[in-house]
Design a protein around this ligand. Structure first.
Ligand SMILES: [Zn+2]
Length: 455
């Protein structure tokens, strides 16, 4: 497949997430069922029928895949640019970004700390030390939203287990795309986010007006189950982002709008265009709301609960953080403490114990059905919530998916020798955590599965 064969999004689409979402809805009954179950859980949190249980900060282990064409040296971005991106994420998801002061007073009470931090992984899937950065040379001139960048077989880089690491691919993207994410509930072998290298971080090749690191903030918002704030209804005002405290708005805002910008009769305050989930420039978006954070919590305590374990064992040590971070909340137990540094130096706990870890590096193949997705996209609205049980093991239709790419059940952990002493203690702690989270997941499945519309 050549670049010219790839479907290209409309020029105005800065983010390809909904294109991927609609493609998966069309292709996969498993995805539709999983999205319905995930939506049910989010709705329970949104309506206050369930409350987030997490109080401590969770630290997500991140692996950055720099997929670059050697003919264009700038694509091989430097470590400093990657670290600058992590710093932005650690401010934005803690509501510690200085520009949040620009949020109009009427919405300041809604600004919320998601209590999520990000660290480059310190332990790779084999249990070896790592800096969390993978550099892969490619012959491709650019990538699209067809997930080719996520597999070595198609000129990209294979993911690390996507239930333990947040995989971020940084590359040249075509078609005006700044990035795209896969919503939770999708195929494990393509889970993660992709960011255009000139829209990544705040230094190096980062280019205005997308040099504030907010593309990654936006895409990770999707990865944690947030929709675009305007509801992707092309200005119809009929659909919203399924979060109550964000105003209904007609369509995406771009550039740097002036408050208030009114649409859908949402005056006097108008659109919340300074929300990370709009399309405004990096220096014009400053906030997640409480409702959005609740929705992210529903995701982290549900379909992405495995990260509550991997956060304690795989994330690297804290880098020097902005002073505002130190007072932003309680120090997470285990995540940012010296003990976490100890844990980071030992092999990971048995992968797959929590949620059926996929074997890394299955080849999804180029998205075979992608060419026909556009015409179907507008009619492929998300399915109405169903109240059936959470579906069983996934059966993804992608041709060529490697056996074992879906929920693994063999339980083999690959760690034959058991270490002693401190390492053994850390491992026991990790296994205990896995057990606890498994119990939480079973409880969640029972609640979702037993749920019925009650009026
Ligand atoms: Zn988006």
């Amino acid at each position: 497949m050549t670049e010219s064969d790839l479907p290209q999004p409309p020029a105005r689409d800065l983010c390809g997430t909904m294109l991927v979402h609609r493609r998966l809805l069309n292709e996969s009954t498993t995805y539709r069922a999983r999205r319905a179950a995930i939506e049910n859980r989010a709705l329970q949190y949104e309506r206050g029928r369930r409350s987030p249980v997490r109080e401590e900060v969770v630290t997500l282990p991140v692996v950055v895949h720099v997929v670059h064409n050697p003919a264009v040296p700038g694509q091989d971005i430097g470590d400093e640019q990657i670290h600058s991106q992590l710093a932005v994420l650690n401010r934005d998801f803690r509501a510690a970004n200085p520009d949040r002061e620009k949020v109009p007073p009427v919405w300041r009470p809604l600004v919320a700390d998601a209590k999520i931090e990000f660290r480059l992984a310190a332990v790779d899937p084999e249990g070896e030390p790592t800096d969390g950065i993978i550099r892969v040379a490619t012959e491709r001139r650019s990538f699209s939203f067809d997930d080719a960048v996520k597999a070595s077989a198609t000129g990209g880089s294979d993911p690390w287990p996507t239930d333990q690491y947040l995989n971020i691919w940084v590359c040249q993207l075509g078609g005006g795309l700044l990035g795209y994410a896969q919503f939770p509930g999708g195929p494990p072998q393509t889970d993660g986010v992709v960011i255009l290298h000139t829209a990544f971080g705040t230094t190096g090749t980062a280019t205005a007006p997308f040099d504030g690191g907010r593309t990654a903030t936006h895409e990770i918002g999707h990865w944690l189950d947030l929709y675009h704030i305007w509801g992707d209804d092309d200005g119809a005002c009929t659909s919203d982002d399924r979060v109550a405290d964000t105003p209904n708005q007609a369509d995406a805002n771009t550039g740097s709008p002036v408050f208030p910008h009114i649409s859908c009769g949402n005056g006097p305050n108008g659109d919340m265009f300074m929300n990370y989930m709009d399309y405004t420039d990096d220096n014009a978006m400053f906030m997640f709301t409480r409702g959005q954070v609740t929705r992210m919590n529903a995701c982290l305590e549900g379909v992405r609960a495995s990260f509550l374990v991997s956060s304690r064992t795989l994330a690297g040590p804290a880098r020097p953080a902005p002073a505002t971070l130190t007072s932003a909340g309680p120090v997470p137990s285990g995540a940012a403490s010296p003990a976490a540094g100890t844990a980071a130096a030992v092999p990971a706990p048995a992968p797959g114990a929590a949620a059926g870890a996929p074997a890394p590096a299955p080849s999804p193949g180029p998205a075979a059905g992608a060419a026909g997705e556009h015409q179907a996209a507008s009619s492929a609205a998300a399915p109405a919530p169903s109240f059936g049980p959470v579906p069983g093991p996934a059966h993804w239709p992608a041709p060529g998916a490697a056996p074992g790419a879906t929920a693994g059940t063999d339980g083999q952990d690959g760690h034959a020798a058991r270490p002693d002493g401190e390492v053994a203690r850390v491992l026991r702690d990790s296994e205990r955590l896995v057990t606890e989270v498994l119990q939480d997941i079973r409880t969640a499945i029972g609640l979702v599965g037993g749920d019925r519309a009650d009026g």
